[in-house]
Design a protein around this ligand. Sequence first.
Ligand SMILES: Cc1cc2nc3c(=O)[nH]c(=O)nc-3n(C[C@H](O)[C@H](O)[C@H](O)COP(=O)(O)OP(=O)(O)OC[C@H]3O[C@@H](n4cnc5c(N)ncnc54)[C@H](O)[C@@H]3O)c2cc1C
Length: 403
Amino acid sequence: MSGSETPTAKSYDVVLVGGAMYGSSVAWFLSNNPDFDGSILVVERDPTYEFTSTSHTNSCIRQQFSREINVRISQFGAEFIKNFRQFMGNDPRVPDVVLQSYGYMYLADNEGFAGILQEAQKMQAALGAGTKFMSRDEIARDYPFYNLDDIVGANHNLIDEGYFDGNTLFDWWKRMARENGVEYVTNEVVAMTKNAGGTRVGSVTLASGEEISCGTVVNTSGPRAARTAAMAGIDIPVEPRKRYTFIFSAEQPLDRDLPLTIDPSGVHMRSDGAYYLAGCPPDDDLAVDYDDFVQDHSIWEEKVWPTIAHRVPQFEAIKLINSWAGHYAFNTLDQNAILGPHTKVENFIFVNGFSGHGFQQSPAMGRGTAEHITYGEYRSLDLTPFHFDRIETGIPFDEKAVI
Ligand SMILES: Cc1cc2nc3c(=O)[nH]c(=O)nc-3n(C[C@H](O)[C@H](O)[C@H](O)COP(=O)(O)OP(=O)(O)OC[C@H]3O[C@@H](n4cnc5c(N)ncnc54)[C@H](O)[C@@H]3O)c2cc1C
């Protein structure tokens, strides 16, 4: 922890544990809601955000999910991104955020997976998404740089799908939340105290020793979510897992955008301005230490480069420019969000487990969480499929499109 600050009060209506993308999304949506007039404290252990998922993200958005609710969440995400200034109250200081819709290219190397993609395409199109199933010949026509020898088809969508600068959303949510009266302190929540019945968290204890009473406590701790939940005696299946990102240049750049291509090998790649970005999980995809961000260069040499050069032969001649390892807050049950109040500790709210699609979901999930805190129910999208009861029953939220 890089210092500590004391909150100005001893008690807050809402205390958020973590102030990165989700802490700031919830803080802004809540403080911007005219029906909410409570006090909000955001406790953030590292205001440089150096080791957060938020700083290591690839910041892409897709409509290509297999569950309707995830499509609707991304549809609101795209609407929010494209109309960012209007959503931020038409404040002239707020910049435009561009959604670069070069689309995802979800490749299938067998008929079984192509069938799954076609089912998903029908559902996405019925909800208004622009996803199209492409045969191998159609892919070759539109993107002649791919080697498609082992590919039978793909889903592709050029509307509201691609890259956006999510860190601009984060910066402005934080700034405007503060202007709305939200207090951010550099400190760490190290313990929680519950009432005698164990049904409520009464206070959080900070690393600097203060005990702060809270009406509601919100877990926005990213990959450290299980640690924060454990302070309230709650188990959640969220662990830090490494994801590698590589930025490279090509000796002969492609003559058009490279869609965010999901290769059947599990490696993905896309255009990144004048460069290209590739990413993948390690072969042994296990929980790592919270502070372990060591890069593994053999993954580039032995896995990523061979895979991308196979898929795009022009990428035989490329140069690695930059790389990093980041942590997913990986939900081991189903790699989807855990939201809403705990079933017994009723003022403990989850905003956790987003795995690889938390950036794009931050507008809808932040809005929904703020609604639930304010009204005790969702007023826009019904997000109850993400609630904690599925963790207790062990029944996964069955989303097939997980990256
Ligand atoms: C490599 C990579 C690529 C990704 N690509 C995409 C993508 O293309 N599209 C997409 O939608 N999503 C993507 N994601 C996911 C997305 O980045 C995350 O879901 C999102 O950033 C999570 O934000 P968060 O606020 O929950 O977590 P974090 O950004 O990790 O923030 C949690 C914060 O809580 C603080 N904290 C923790 N414990 C405490 C405590 N006890 N007291 C005080 N503070 C505490 C931490 O310091 C941290 O600042 C990617 C993630 C990674 C790692």
